[in-house]
Design a protein around this ligand. Structure first.
Ligand code: ADP
Length: 360
């Protein structure tokens, strides 16, 4: 069996009484772009810092090419790092900043010059060698930090919220650049963010962190289509939850009674559904159809609460007879939006394979 490129094995991290990371295990393939996504305080950075050698894990191991990294001090791990704050040396020019890790490694002068030129070209900052960091925008400074991290050809690049200090437009521009640089260099990237959009745009796979554990790992499409927990369902994409009761079970599917008396058939269920047990049924606004007349069998009567035009789509907020809110997103020009009024009755329906139920 081939050894995985990078292995995070049962990492625990505590700070005094605070358990920051609980038994995190993950294999990462060479050249993969993997993102740690989760809310603030969920243990993403603590896991990344254990890899970087900036903090010792309390227990567990990290292996690169099957060999532990933990007995190698941080500066000898050869792992590239880019952080949220600009970490350039302010008294050094761009060229000197990028050359710094190569000087520390005592590379020959000609090689340093050639590498500085090459990595500045890679981040599209050719000709900026003599510029001082203070004379550059935030986005440009992060490009220099990226060039410096890539200068010594690290096998792994760690990025901790590198774009969070930038405005949205610049962030999206640099996201595209990071994708291109990942493609061109083939470097393995571990990226930390709390922003689901950013995770979806950048990553081959996303590990969703919650309270110090990884709830689920998968491609963005897998997490969206088949969330393993309510937390993941809420974190990736938009979703609403309706309370329901299990009427019949068939393996991992159940017929579920919601909003009083509508039974939805054959909904995929996570957890251990029991006959008569309570579940939450997750629905995504873009998977719901809305009609102003009773339509498909099993459609759910609702009241329209609010209608918001959002350019390429219209958001219709509805309420079920049991006073649960349900959002519907209809594409621009959809006939169901014509003459729709606040306060009117409407009917919603969906393909039951697009719903997911969670026990408890
Ligand atoms: P994230 O990166 O997801 O925001 P962190 O790994 O930074 O999460 O933090 C996880 C938990 O550990 C939080 O409860 C945080 O307050 C705590 N924590 C992180 N760093 C320290 C530290 N140096 N000392 C004490 N507690 C810390």
């Amino acid at each position: 069996m081939t050894v995985p490129f990078l292995q995070i094995r049962n990492i625990h991290k505590t700070y005094g009484n605070v358990v920051a990371v609980k038994d995190v295990t993950l294999d990462i393939a060479k050249g993969e772009f993997i993102t740690f996504l989760g809310p603030s305080g969920s243990g993403k950075s603590s896991t990344l810092y254990a890899l970087a050698g900036l903090q010792e894990p309390t227990s567990g191991d990290i292996l690169l090419h099957g060999r532990t990294l933990l007995d190698t001090p941080s500066h000898k791990r050869n792992i590239g790092m880019v952080f949220q704050r600009y970490t350039l040396f302010p008294h050094l020019s761009v060229g000197e900043n990028v050359a710094f890790p190569l000087r520390v490694r005592r590379r020959p002068k000609a090689e340093i010059q050639e590498t500085v030129r090459r990595v500045l070209k890679l981040v599209r900052l050719e000709g900026f060698e003599d510029r001082m960091p203070a004379k550059m925008s935030g986005g440009q400074q992060q490009r220099v930090a990226l060039a410096r991290a890539l200068a010594y050809d690290p096998p792994v690049l760690l990025m901790d919220e590198p774009l969070s200090a930038l405005d949205k437009k610049l962030r999206e521009e640099i996201q595209l650049e990071i994708r291109r640089i990942h493609r061109e260099t083939g470097v393995t990237i571990l990226y930390v963010t709390h922003d689901q959009d950013e995770a979806l745009r950048l990553s081959d796979r996303i590990a969703v962190f919650s309270k110090g554990v990884i709830d689920q790992v998968g491609t963005g499409a897998e997490l969206y289509a088949n969330p393993a927990s309510r937390f993941v369902a809420e974190f990736i994409g938009d979703s609403d939850f309706l309370k329901g009761r299990v009427e019949a079970i068939d393996g991992r599917h159940a017929d579920i009674r919601i909003a009083g008396d509508v039974v939805v058939q054959s909904v995929p269920v996570h957890g251990d559904p029991a006959h008569g047990g309570e579940v939450s049924v997750m629905l995504r606004p873009e998977h719901i159809s809305l009609s102003q007349v009773p339509s498909a069998e099993g459609s759910l009567p609702v009241t329209v609460i609010d209608i918001t035009f959002l350019g390429n789509n219209t958001h219709v907020l509805t309420e079920t007879s049991s006073h649960e809110k349900l959002s519907v997103r209809l594409p621009f020009g959809h006939a169901a939006v014509n003459d729709l009024q606040r306060g009117q009755a409407a009917w919603v329906s969906w393909d039951s394979s697009m719903a997911t139920a969670f026990c408890g």
